[in-house]
Structures are given as C-alpha cells and as structure tokens.
Design a binder for this molecule. Structure first.
Ligand code: UFG
Length: 327
C-alpha cells in the first residue's frame, strides 16, 4: 500500500481526507501536534505525533514511512484570530510549512497537495474568482496561505516539487457515517456555532454584520461539503501521480449563501428555532466569496454532489448529535 503523509490528519478536514485516502487504497500516515486536532479522529492509518516545525522529527517520519506524497492540512485557520495575532499565523503557517517543504524535498518526495484558501483573493467586488484572479488577502490568514503558495512555486522551479494547490471556499458538513466531523476548540465557524445554539449548548448565534452590500446585508459564502472537498484531494493526488504537473484549483460550488440564508436552511433541516442576535462586523471578513471556476470539475472530474446546503447541514447535525470528541 502506498503511504501518504497527511499533516493535520487529526483535524477536521485532515481526518476526512484520511478516510477518503484509505477508501481509495492508500495508507494515510497522520502527522499532527494535537494542538487543534483530536487523537480520536485518527482512525484510518498510523499516527505520528509531532510539530511541523520539528525538522528532525519530520525527517524520521519520512525515513520510517517513505511516503509517495504529502498532503498538507496542518495550519491555524481562524480569520479573526489572524487579525489579532498575525505573528502567530506567519510563524505557525509559513515558517512551519517551509520546514515541511524542505523536509519533503530532502526526502526525495516529489508530489505535494496543499490546502490553500479563497481568503487569498481578499475582498474583490463584482469579480468572478477563478484561479487566475489577483490575490489581495485582507487578513493574515489569507496572507500566510498565499505566501506558502509562493514557496511551493519556487520549490517547483528549483527542486522539481510538483504541487496541487486547492483554494477552499467555506468547508462544511461531516462524514455521513459520523465517524469523524467538525469540532474546533474554540469553535468560530458559522454552522457548528449555529447547531450549538439550536441544541442549547451555547447562547444565541451573533450575526457578524448586517450592513454589507448584499441583498440581505449579511456576508455571502460558497459552502462546500468536506467529503466532496477531500474527494478532490484524492483526484489531485492521482493527477500528480499521472505526471500532470503543478496546478491550482478552486474548490467551491459557484453558489453563494448569506448568513441569513444559512440560518433559514438550518431551521428547516433541524425543525428547530435558531436563536440569534445581530452584531457588528468581524474584522477581516470579506463581503462575498464565491468561486467562479469550474476547473476542478472539468480537469479533475470532480463531482461535488453532497454540496447542497441541505445535505451539509443535515450531515453536520447528525455528527453534532453524536457528540464525538465533545468531552
Ligand atoms: N459568522 C457569523 N457569526 C458567527 C460566525 C460566523 O455571522 O458566529 C459569519 C461570518 O461573518 C462569515 C460567515 O458567517 O460571513 C462564515 O464564517 P465562518 O467563520 O464560518 O467562515 P469564514 O468565512 O470566516 O472562514 C472560512 C474558513 C477560512 C477560510 C474562509 C474564507 O474558516 O479558513 O472561510 O472565507 F479562509
């Protein structure tokens, strides 16, 4: 079986990726510090606890498993936090990724799949966001991810490292079998916070800003199901294995939903009231982020068929009710 090194494999997206890799016949080797991940989420292959910044530990893991490729999910990913503590983001995301990329090259591994973000595009009014759109991040999170994209491009030119870079839009939902799911501590994402509020596990949801230039005044996002997202990663890995070379893909559906629309869908999926209040804008939030690209569908053969708001919220709700990792 082919080993794939999965950094952040104990996290939300990484754990779903490990499940998808195992299903596709690979052995996912999870490398995670457990700072934001959960050991209970490591179910699909071996686990190596370690920091991304620890080059000696990474070298040992590369020697032990001889992975054919790296999938790099490990990162800090909260937009708001990145505005308050930019240094944390540049150090944890950029410097650690550089260490990982250098270790990857030193180990002779040529294929690298990277989690980037639509936050690298920034706030661009009336612009269709596709892979060749300009990148003007407005928060340190997006800036740090753009910097890692640049590092990958440079190592591609100098060392022959081939990378598939995925720019995620808003990832939501959970494994429909509820083996793994979304659980952040602290939680900052809209859908899990809303489900907590519905279940009475926390106070009312606050809508961050109702005066945006959108039809109902709230921010618009393009939500993509985590299972569809990780399926794209397996396709990206095969793309690299087939020698098709470095490529960037947006992962979004092209449909945008406002915060109020997400609340309405949650009400109808759960059949329960959504307690909410209206608050100020959150610094760093873009007005609208919707993918304008079909490249992943056309070139990778990606079929994001679970990415309806209805399915994402009902899968998240099923997971939420099992209470996994919720100790
Ligand atoms: N929101 C609220 N109230 C909350 C939480 C969120 O109104 O309590 C709103 C936000 O303002 C935003 C939308 O819901 O408009 C979605 O917010 P999330 O925090 O769920 O997601 P973000 O859009 O901030 O961030 C996510 C990922 C990032 C990625 C980004 C790109 O977490 O990694 O999408 O937009 F970069």
């Amino acid at each position: 079986m082919t080993n794939i090194l999965v950094t952040g494999g104990a996290g939300y997206i990484g754990s779903h990726a490990c499940k998808a890799l195992k299903r596709a016949g690979y052995t996912p080797v999870c490398y995670d510090s457990l700072v934001t991940g959960w050991e209970e989420a490591v179910k699909f292959g071996p686990f190596e606890k370690g920091e991304l910044s620890d080059r000696a530990r990474l070298d040992d893991v590369f020697r032990k498993y001889k992975p054919a490729a790296v999938m790099h999910f490990a990162a800090l990913s909260q937009v708001g936090e990145s505005m308050r503590e930019p240094g944390l983001y540049w150090r944890a995301n950029v410097l650690s990724s550089l260490t990982l990329i250098e270790a990857t090259v030193a180990a002779g591994v040529k294929n690298f799949v990277f989690s980037s973000t639509c936050a690298t595009y920034g706030d661009q009014d009336n612009v269709v966001l596709n892979e060749s759109s300009a990148q003007y991040p407005i928060n340190a999170y997006g800036g740090s991810k753009r910097a890692i994209e640049d590092i990958l491009r440079d190592f591609g030119a100098s060392n022959g490292l081939e990378s598939v870079i995925f720019r995620y839009f808003n990832v939501a939902g959970a494994d429909p079998e509820a083996e793994v799911g979304e659980f952040h501590q602290p939680e900052t994402h809209l859908i899990p916070l809303m489900l907590d509020a519905i279940a009475g596990k926390r106070d009312a949801l606050t809508i961050f800003g109702t005066d945006y230039e959108t039809p109902d005044g709230t921010c618009i996002r393009d939500y993509v199901h985590v299972c569809d997202l990780v399926d794209a990663h397996v396709l990206g890995l095969k793309w690299l294995e087939e020698g098709k070379g470095s490529r960037i893909f947006n992962l979004g559906t092209g449909s945008g939903f406002s915060v109020r629309e997400v609340i309405d869908h949650s009400r109808s999926v759960t059949n329960k009231d959504v307690p909410y209040t209206e608050g100020d804008r959150r610094p760093g939030d873009c007005t609208k982020l919707v993918s304008g690209s079909t490249r992943a569908v056309e070139e990778l053969g990606w079929t994001p068929d679970r990415s309806t708001l209805q399915t994402m919220i009902s899968d998240a709700w099923r997971w939420h009710q099992t209470g996994h990792y919720d100790k």
